[in-house]
Each structure stands twice: as C-alpha cells, then as structure tokens.
Design a binder for this molecule. Structure first.
Ligand code: FE
Length: 342
C-alpha cells in the first residue's frame, strides 16, 4: 500500500456532504475488489490514477467476494467492489457489505433502471442477452420473442448454459417481474423441452456449439460473441462468423439486459476516493474506454459503441429496473429447478 497523505481533503461536492457521518481519510489511494478481469479494468484504473493521482490497489477475486467482505467486516481493506450482474450487486447489498452513496454525477449519468434506487450499487456498462442463431440453418424471420423459443419447431435445437449461472437466473427473475412466476415456469419447461443437450459450458461454448451444428440457436451475452469476432484465435473467429444476433422482444418490452457495476463498501476507509473512482468510471472518457475494450454497451447515453457492437445495430432494451430482480431471484432459482433446467 502506498503512503497515506496527511493533507486535508478539499471540500467535496455533493457526494461527501450527502454521505454524512464518518471520518473521511485523506489517503491518496483506493482499494478495490474486482470480479472483473485485470485486462478489462486495468486501462481504466491507470487512466484514473493518471488523472487524479489516486493510486488504485486492486485484488482480483473471481469467487467468494461477498463472503470475504462479510468475514472481514469493519476491518476489510476494500473501499469499492467491481462486479458483473445486478443479481450479484443485489446480493452484496443484501449481505450488508455496501453503503449508500448519493452523487449527482452518478445519478445524472446512469439511467435509473441501471442503479439501485437507494444508491448501494451503480451500473457502469450494459450487456444484452439476445438470441444467436446459425446463419445457415435458421432464418431470422422464424425468430421473434423469448416466449416463441418454446415452439415445437425448435425441439432439440436450443443450447443454453446451466440455470445455476447468475445470467440465466437474472433473465428468469426479469421475466417473472414482467409476466409472473407461473408463465415464466411454463416458458422454462418449454425451453428445456427444446434443449439440444444438457446444459454445459459457458456462453462462448453455446456459440461454438451452434457453429459446430450441435444446436441451431442459443441465448448468450453479447460481449462473448463480440470477443470471439475480434479474437486472436482463428477457431473463435470462424465460429463467430457462422452465427448471427437476433434481438428478441422488439415489439414487446425489449431484449433482456443486465449490467456490470460497482458499489462502495460499508467499511470503506477511502470513501471519497471510492466515490471519485465510480464517478470517473461513468465519465465520457471512461465510458469510451469501456466501449472499446470490453465489448459492452456504455451505461451513459450519447457514447459511441465499439465497431462490432455498432454493426449489430440498435435494439430496444428492456427498461425494467434491475433492482426489482432482488424480489425474484429466489423464485427464479425455484422456477428453473421445477422446470428441470439443470
Ligand atoms: Fe460473463
């Protein structure tokens, strides 16, 4: 850890004033626990340090971040967390390891559906979970909605990863919020009935399976396909060239989307620096870096998306407030279970 600066912090804007109680340390650093890979966030953090002089110490923890924060309690060195999926951010809030932040910069930059209404977590990028299909075996005119994936014509033709994965749980939770648990369960049953195989692997594996002819359609997060299109591996580029994206529900409530996001920890000793980091991550500059490096959609409007994403065109995204997933995640898991989605 770097030396702590004894200088008195300048009076902070809205953020610190609104946070209220508690001492603000004047250390020139911020400690981050990240679920996101280093290659994705490093360019952003370096830029933040260059601009502000605030050193970012980062620990990459793929698993058990919330448990770790809980175990460390008030002694946790973490000031902020970076993770993916509103479902995980909601769990962090429920676990009591985050604190509410009020910041007009965050509030003005992030649409309300992509942040916690109480300020415990904030979306930084948007990812969509559309349908991808085989260019040779599926006509896009045969596709329409998620609901229509239960049609008998798709029997034995659909690949999707396990329901143990948070992306599918959040998609089901969003569907429960939209159409109710009973209809979501019958949808899940119909989807399972059309599976080409027992769920296995991650989203990239579903894309590869469609490319290899093991199935004809899959439901995956956009950045996986974008990453394969731009991949250094020829096999991934070839697989990606065999599939196409279809945006479901365009005449209805829109394609399911989720976020990557951040929150400030309850134990944060460098709270004002953590807020500054979050505010930097929604700046135009950071959002542009995100757009070019992580193949996700900027959370802020008016930012150019990367070339690959631009080629897919615009789509209607579901405007459901992702904070409502909190109410439905447990039910989503039960629904998947009852439907036999392993
Ligand atoms: Fe992912």
């Amino acid at each position: 850890m770097s030396k702590r600066f004894a200088a008195i912090l300048p009076v902070l804007p809205v953020a610190a004033a609104a946070i209220g109680a508690g001492p603000t340390f004047a250390a020139g650093e911020v400690n981050v626990y990240s679920y996101r890979q280093e290659v994705l966030v490093r360019p952003l953090l370096d830029r933040f340090t260059k601009k502000t002089g605030i050193k970012v110490n980062i620990i990459f923890a793929k698993k058990g971040m919330i448990a770790r924060l809980k175990a460390e309690g008030a002694n946790s060195p973490a000031d902020a967390i970076l993770t993916v999926d509103a479902g995980r951010l909601i769990r962090a809030k429920q676990a009591g390891v985050l604190q509410p932040i009020q910041s007009s910069v965050l509030g003005n930059s992030i649409p309300p559906q992509y942040r916690d209404p109480e300020g415990y977590w904030f979306g930084l990028t948007v990812r969509a979970r559309p349908i991808i299909y085989s260019r040779t075996r599926v006509k896009p005119s045969s596709l329409s909605t998620y609901a229509a994936l239960t049609d008998a014509k798709w029997k034995g033709r659909i690949c999707i990863r396990s329901s143990g994965n948070i992306y599918n749980q959040s998609m089901l939770a969003a569907m429960i919020a939209r159409i109710g648990a009973a209809k979501t369960e019958s949808w899940a049953r119909g989807l399972v009935a059309n599976f080409a195989r027992r769920p296995k692997g991650g989203d990239r594996d579903q894309i590869r399976a469609v490319a290899a002819g093991l199935c004809d359609i899959a439901v995956v997060n956009t950045y996986y396909l974008a990453g394969m299109i731009d991949s250094k591996r020829a096999s991934d580029r070839t697989a990606a060239s065999k599939v196409e994206i279809f945006w479901p529900n365009q005449k209805g409530y829109g394609t399911h989307v989720n976020i990557s996001g951040a929150g400030v920890t309850k134990s944060a000793r460098n709270r004002s620096n953590a807020v500054k980091l979050l505010e930097f991550l929604v700046s135009d500059e950071a959002q542009l870096i995100y757009a070019s490096k992580v193949y996700e959609y900027p959370v802020k409007s008016g930012i150019t998306v990367s070339k690959v994403l631009a080629a897919w065109g615009r789509f209607r995204a579901d405007k459901l407030r992702l904070s409502v997933l909190a109410k439905h995640n447990a039910e989503a898991v039960r629904v998947a279970d009852r439907a036999g989605w392993r």
